[in-house]
Ligand binder design. Structure first.
Ligand code: IPM
Ligand code: MG
Length: 357
């Protein structure tokens, strides 16, 4: 049976890294007889330029009909001054929310070959393997009412609403417990239950789910402490589950523990595990078009796509092994470069992964 993949290269380095990910996909598609078919679409700044909005109804409909979506990155200075309602980021948020991609998986894995690239001491990060499960379609990112209003005294006030319903907490919680079951069976739920009621309920629901997963040991941590523990003793974590905004922040910190955000993939899944896959990093406008961006996060996102949405674990394993081999060969893009290694560009890195496959 054929599977349809919608590819959205986006802006900045997006098209360059997607081109390499496509080479890898074409290779495994043939090697493992996956029957994948590809379509291309516009999202982000390129879509604003072409049709005035960051995500058109047409692209959204094609995304809804696809078996998986592969995204490069969106945004850039060219579109930063536009009205907030049509910025590139809005396209991303609309995609997440319209397709109900509520479960955002962000692994932070330290490749032993890159131990020197981290800003933390090797003994603190070597062997690191954390999975952050971030709620992606609720919380303060989407809570209403929101806006900027003028008060009676003429002063302006910005306001947002932080809320989570029990069912929203429950579905992300179940997802996280299930992920923990497949890993080291430790789940840390991150909240701010000492201050925020929305997260008092969050904690209560996590505790209520725990007896259904007796093999998983559940712990709770306040978000400020979690930020500290991530840089102090990150290996204490296996799976972390948290809300949209805390997850946004903690996943950037976790990413950097591994040396480069250029290595980290992500998946955003709906309740049927259909999803959108993208690197954790942004569109890096400063290096766009230079051919130096690291394509490995996007290539590893392809591997997550094969694993989670397309149920092709052998092809996913093959890609991860190929990436590891290329690192063993000493090939490095600028972001992960260290002494004695061979610096390569985006295309050479993509070609090397294809060759290793
Ligand atoms: C991310 C990004 C997005 C977010 C932005 C671009 C809207 O930072 O995916 O982490 O805040 O979710
Ligand atoms: Mg972010």
């Amino acid at each position: 049976m054929t599977k349809k993949i919608l590819v959205l290269p986006g802006d900045g380095i997006g098209p360059e890294i997607i081109a390499e990910a496509r080479k890898v996909l074409d290779k495994v598609n043939a090697q493992f007889d996956l029957g994948l078919e590809f379509e291309q679409g516009l999202m982000g700044g390129c879509s604003i330029d072409a049709c005035g909005v960051p995500l058109s109804d047409e692209t959204l409909a094609r995304a809804a009909a696809a078996d998986a979506i592969l995204l490069g990155a969106v945004g850039g200075p060219k579109w930063d001054k536009l009205d907030r309602a049509i910025r590139p980021e809005k396209g991303l948020l609309k995609m997440r929310s319209s397709l109900q991609l509520f479960a955002n998986l962000r692994p932070a894995i330290m490749y032993p070959q890159l131990a020197d690239a981290s800003s933390l001491k090797p003994e603190i990060v070597s062997g690191l393997d954390i999975l952050i499960v971030r709620e992606l379609t609720g919380g303060i990112y989407f809570g209403e009412p929101r806006g900027i209003r003028t008060l009676e005294n003429g002063e302006r006030e910005g306001f947002n609403t932080y809320k989570y319903s029990e069912s929203e907490i429950e579905r992300i919680g179940r997802n996280a417990f299930e992920m923990a079951m497949k890993r080291n069976k430790r789940l840390c739920s991150v909240d701010k239950a000492n201050v925020l009621e929305a997260t008092v309920l969050w904690r209560e629901v996590m505790d209520r789910l725990a007896p259904e997963y007796p093999e998983v040991s559940l712990s709770h941590m306040y978000v400020d402490n979690a930020a500290m523990q991530l840089v102090k003793a990150p290996k204490q974590f296996d799976v972390m589950v948290t809300g949209n905004m805390f997850g946004d922040i903690l996943s950037d910190a976790a990413a950097m523990l591994t040396g480069s955000i250029g290595m980290l993939p992500s998946a955003s899944l709906d309740k049927n595990r259909r999803g959108m896959y993208e690197p954790c990093h942004g569109s890096a406008p400063d290096i766009a078009g230079l051919g130096v961006a690291n394509p490995l996060a996007t290539i590893l996102s392809v591997s997550m796509m094969l694993r989670y949405s397309l149920n092709k674990p052998a092809a996913a394993d093959a890609i991860e092994l190929a990436v590891s081999k290329v690192l063993d060969q000493g090939l490095r893009t600028g972001d992960i470069m260290s002494a004695g290694m061979k610096q390569v560009g985006t295309v050479e890195m993509g070609d090397a992964v294809v060759a290793a496959l």
